[in-house]
Design a protein around this ligand. Structure first.
Ligand code: AMP
Ligand code: ZN
Ligand code: FE
Ligand code: FE
Length: 293
């Protein structure tokens, strides 16, 4: 007897951004681009917002599964002020009051911080216009990439990477924002039926190394997984994350962290295994993945 034909392995990208935060494709364009890139599953994970969920759902191409999520800006007292830790949260109930309130608080803080960065730049003679930046963000959760885009439009830098250099947003004009304590974020995501996965925990190039001891404590507090395959991780950093996840029984993910033209990485540049994906879905009780037919 010949074995039944095995279906092609699913391509699963669990970390992408739209214009609901600092990506450059609208949620509708994002899901269409995901289908065109040959993905079977895509997660929309905008910074501190679920505003992209509905428009992504409405535009979902046939056969593509949408995982609704967010990337939550977190702080922990062990890292320097102004360096956020990023917690991916999947399939949580967006109406869970405590989590929704915290996300709204961080979005409001993003506005104040953005305005403050522009004030500091203007005090140094850099003539950016906050209203113009705010308008360009079109209601999305505002972030430094929006200011980077304004610096590019003003001809002051050539690329987003340059705008994140130490002379600009990376250091000189870095302003902290009051993110959510990372343990509280894990607790709130779980309470909302969601599944928390630590984004790019070893991105040394971005000055964002999360100590293993913190991951151990977070695993005890309900963390479900670690993102290993990410463009900000070197091969050695990916191995380190994988070994740590194995030791702690955590799920390992891989994702593009696609931002449209705000970054160079392509959709599906890194992917998550179907087994890891199923483990995440099995833990979720907030909302379900959605596939349109
Ligand atoms: P914010 O959330 O406002 O602090 O801005 C952080 C966002 O900027 C993240 O989504 C990153 O993807 C992006 N970002 C951080 N560093 C860089 C960089 N060096 N080049 C391009 N984008 C970056
Ligand atoms: Zn971003
Ligand atoms: Fe991130
Ligand atoms: Fe991201």
């Amino acid at each position: 007897m010949t074995p039944p034909p095995s279906s092609a392995p699913r391509r699963i990208d669990l970390h992408t951004h739209s214009t609901a935060s600092d990506g450059t494709l609208t949620p509708a364009e994002l899901v269409r681009a995901a289908a065109e890139a040959g993905l079977d599953v895509v997660a929309i994970t905008d910074h501190d917002t679920t505003a992209g969920w509905e428009p992504a759902l409405r535009a979902l191409p046939p056969g593509l599964t949408l995982v609704r999520g967010a990337e939550i800006s977190c702080l922990w007292n062990g890292v320097q002020p102004g360096v956020s830790l990023h917690l991916l949260a999947y399939l949580f109930d967006p109406d869970s009051p405590a989590l929704a309130a915290e996300l709204a608080r961080v979005r409001a803080a993003r506005e104040i911080r953005g305005q403050r960065i522009v004030e500091l730049l203007r005090a140094d003679g850099v003539e950016l216009d906050w209203t113009e930046i705010h308008t360009a963000a079109a209601g999305g959760s505002i972030g430094r990439p929006h200011i980077a885009a304004a610096l590019i439009r003003a001809g002051l830098v050539a690329t987003t990477t340059e705008a994140f250099g130490p002379q600009w947003l990376g250091w000189r004009y870095r302003v902290p924002k009051p993110d959510i304590d990372v343990f509280r974020a894990v607790e709130l995501v779980r309470a909302a039926g969601g599944v928390p996965v630590f984004a790019h925990p070893r991105a040394s190039r971005r000055g964002r190394i999360v100590p293993d001891e913190l991951i151990v404590e977070l695993a005890e507090a309900g963390l479900a997984g670690l993102e290993a395959d990410h463009e900000d991780h070197s091969p050695a950093e990916r191995e380190h994350v994988r070994a740590l996840a194995d030791r702690l029984g955590l799920v390992v993910t891989g994702s593009s962290d696609f931002h449209g033209t705000h970054k160079t990485v392509r959709l599906g540049a890194h992917v998550t295994s179907p087994q890891a994906y199923e483990r995440i879905v099995a833990q979720a009780t907030g909302v379900d993945p959605v596939v349109s037919d």
